[in-house]
Design a protein around this ligand. Structure first.
Ligand code: CTP
Ligand code: CA
Length: 227
């Protein structure tokens, strides 16, 4: 038909979303993690699916259910998340919401580390994890639209602008994570949309509303690009 009343703005668009924390193993029973709940990333995946997108969610360890209508891959560590994202390329868009651990232990022990009398605590040697967003932002299979997040406790806009450039993103959704009992784990968020066009401040709203507005913005942007 020339006019399909059931058509949704993101029909036929494949969009990758990362969400949640990553866990970096120390030994078989211990890991390094962060306070990300996955709420914002999962809400974005669900909102994109509602607009008809073929959403591929790569989720770190969360207690949330897989969003309805979203193909979800579960990973633990940053390197597993990077591999999963790489496998999913090419895509029309990618939204990096995950709070990826910046560092992992240089080598995780194969056996549980034991207390040894007189030896004191083990020293953990850390190495940097790959930057998944930057890898995709500069990838030969770069999606048309690449969106990152920025968690900051100070100089929010300046830091977000630096990340926009360095990581090759089209948008950075910046939030201030400094306040106690705030963004991390909570249900509400206040973000700034940072792009080469400038900074757009959104009022404080529920994470579901941030998600639906962001999905609408992504649909608007992709509309101008040929399928
Ligand atoms: N990100 C990523 N891979 C990493 C680190 C971050 O894909 N190893 C992504 C996040 O998903 C987010 C963006 O990069 O979309 C910014 O993450 P953030 O932690 O705010 O920035 P960093 O570059 O890690 O810098 P810092 O933590 O020092 O502020
Ligand atoms: Ca980081």
């Amino acid at each position: 038909a020339f006019f399909d009343a059931g058509a949704k703005p993101l029909s036929g668009r494949k969009i990758i979303v990362t969400s949640g924390p990553t866990h970096e193993p120390i030994d078989p029973v211990r890991y390094i993690a962060n306070r990300s709940s996955g709420k914002q990333g999962h809400a974005i995946a669900a909102a994109l699916a509602k607009l008809g997108a073929d959403v591929r969610l790569v989720s770190g360890p969360v207690t949330l259910a897989d969003p309805a209508g979203v193909k979800t891959v579960h990973v633990e560590s940053a390197r597993e998340m990077q591999d999963a994202v790489e496998q999913l390329l090419p895509a029309d868009g990618a939204v990096f919401v995950a709070a990826v651990a910046d560092w992992r232990t240089a080598d995780s022990a194969g056996e549980k580390i034991k207390k040894v009398a007189g030896e004191g605590p083990p020293a953990l040697k850390m190495v940097e994890n790959p930057d998944i967003l930057a890898g995709v932002g500069h990838h030969k299979k770069r999606p048309y639209l690449v969106v990152g997040f920025a968690a900051e406790t100070q100089d929010v806009v300046r830091n977000a602008q630096a990340k926009l450039k360095k990581k090759g993103a089209d948008f950075i959704v910046a939030n201030d994570v400094s306040h106690e009992g705030g963004v991390m784990g909570g249900d509400r968020n206040r973000v700034k949309i940072v792009s080469s066009a400038g900074v757009e401040e959104w009022p404080e709203m529920g994470k579901d509303e941030v998600a639906s507005r962001l999905a609408a913005l992504i649909a608007e942007r992709l509309k101008t690009i040929e399928v």
